[in-house]
Design a protein around this ligand. Structure first.
Ligand code: UDP
Ligand code: MG
Length: 327
């Protein structure tokens, strides 16, 4: 079985050499599968790309291929680029910063052989900044609540998926998405292994708080209609409250009670209601923006260079510049 190891890389120059050494020993040590390694350089602005070029020229028992994206697109899209070009019977994603022990790779492959088309690597331990851990906890809690009650596990570090799934993902045209959720939404039998996540070896996490927030929003909006349903329910409740309020006023009037002028109430109501309306418009706008963005024909994944895909590169996707890299 050929397994494609897809590694998104963004400014990881210090990590690449040790990563490659460890990859060599782990992958060569596994006799049950063969491997290809696809590094997807997410438009790093350090030396990562030239280091990757060198690595691709090195003698190794597994082919090393490199894709360079034309702009920084985030690790989910980077993995998707790897998926489009991988040729394995199964593929898995692996971070370049060595936070996930590479021994997970043969472990994932072994679990796959037990008959699971999808195998999740679940974090049971992690050493990360407190804020990251907190954010991740809230994120998964919300996912479970709003999107998928049966989303397999709280803390996914990596995932292996077989050719059937790769073919589905290849044709996917969804831009703002969380690839793990997408995989889990396809169905299939899913297994898992556990992973003890280590500290980042060097460099900084490319996942800023802003990016994590965007991923959270993407996941919730792309996979859940609950925010829209929430709007409708809230709208119904508010109008109901309005009717009840009017009813009470009428009743009081009939009963002869003096109704106060109620300016304060009026102003408060106007403010609160218009505030809610604005908020709701915002949520609707969010969906609309996504719809517009989705139907636009601008490419969301732009590939700059392909290295090491010589024998089977889809020429239609290769520009003159990339052609130079092909022998
Ligand atoms: N990454 C990427 N593009 C980005 C940010 C990160 O390809 O814009 C890569 C990064 O090089 C690493 C993986 O995605 O291999 C996981 O990223 P990171 O370690 O920054 O995330 P964290 O472990 O903090 O969740
Ligand atoms: Mg990391």
């Amino acid at each position: 079985m050929l397994v494609s190891v897809i590694i998104p890389v963004y400014n990881e120059q210090e990590n690449l050499a040790p990563l490659f050494d460890q990859l060599t020993s782990v992958l060569n040590g596994d006799t049950t599968s063969t491997y290809e390694v696809i590094f997807v350089d997410d438009c790093s602005n350090d030396n990562s790309f030239s280091i990757l070029q060198e690595l691709s020229r090195k003698e190794s028992r597994f082919p090393v291929r490199v894709i360079r994206l034309a702009r920084n697109s985030g690790s989910h899209l980077a993995v998707l680029a790897g998926i489009r070009y991988c040729r394995g019977d199964a593929a898995l994603d692996m971070a370049a910063d060595l936070q996930c022990p590479l021994e997970a790779i043969p472990a994932l492959a072994a679990k796959h052989r037990e008959g699971f088309p999808i195998v999740w690597g679940k974090r049971v331990k992690r050493q990360d900044p407190l804020l990251t851990v907190l954010f991740s906890k809230i994120y998964y809690r919300l996912l479970k609540m709003l999107v998928k009650q049966d989303f397999p596990f709280a803390d996914i570090e990596t995932c292996l998926f077989d050719r059937k799934i790769i073919n589905h993902l290849k044709n996917m045209q969804e831009k703002n998405t969380n690839i793990l959720l997408l995989i889990s939404s396809l169905g299939f039998k899913q297994g898992f292994i556990t992973i003890e996540r280590r500290e980042r070896r060097a460099g900084r996490s490319g996942w800023t708080l802003g990016r994590r927030f965007k991923l959270m929003l993407d996941s919730l909006l792309a996979f859940s209609y609950l925010p829209i349903r929430f709007i409708s329910v809230l709208g119904i409740l508010i109008s109901l409250a309005g009717f009840i309020f009017a009813g009470i006023q009428v009743y009081q009037k009939l009963a002869g009670t003096q109704i106060p002028q109620g300016w304060t109430l009026l102003v408060v109501l106007i403010l609160v209601l218009s505030g809610i309306q604005l908020l709701m418009l915002g949520v609707l706008g969010e969906y609309l923006w996504r719809a517009v963005d989705q139907v636009s024909t601008r490419p969301f994944l732009v590939i700059d260079r392909l290295i090491g895909f010589d024998d089977r590169t889809d020429k239609s996707e290769v520009t003159d510049d990339q052609q130079k890299e092909l022998p």
